[in-house]
Design a protein around this ligand. Sequence first.
Ligand code: FES
Length: 143
Amino acid sequence: MNDLDRAMKNLSRLLMGESSEQFTDLAMQLAHEPLNVGEMEQPDGLGYVQGECGDSMWIYLKMDGDTIAQATFITDGCGATLACGSAATDMVHGLTLQQAAELGPGRIIEYLGDLPASHHHCAVLTINSLKKAIAGISPHTHT
Ligand code: FES
């Protein structure tokens, strides 16, 4: 193992906990530089869920007609949650509410290339927050 590998492994431990399981390069990148992080002023939908691990995720959605124009998130969770939130908010962009509601944790794992089993609950937390945000949007409130 060279110095860079060792440094990446240490960073992984720091961000993701003590798990020795491997994260994909994309998951590591998004944990380090997440996409779409931030609160949104006057969102059309806001979902908040606290997961079993005690960590929370907020997802904000802004509609443009029938499709999701913008999605952002904030979390106090682990690095994997930052990667999952990035994946979810990127994937829902341009989808209808129905299409977004059909996404499951497996799609986030697919997007990231993989996710260690010990962190699957981070993808579940993300999807549950997304579903709450979607459920909060009435079809007639965003025209
Ligand atoms: Fe709590 Fe990842 S460990 S969300």
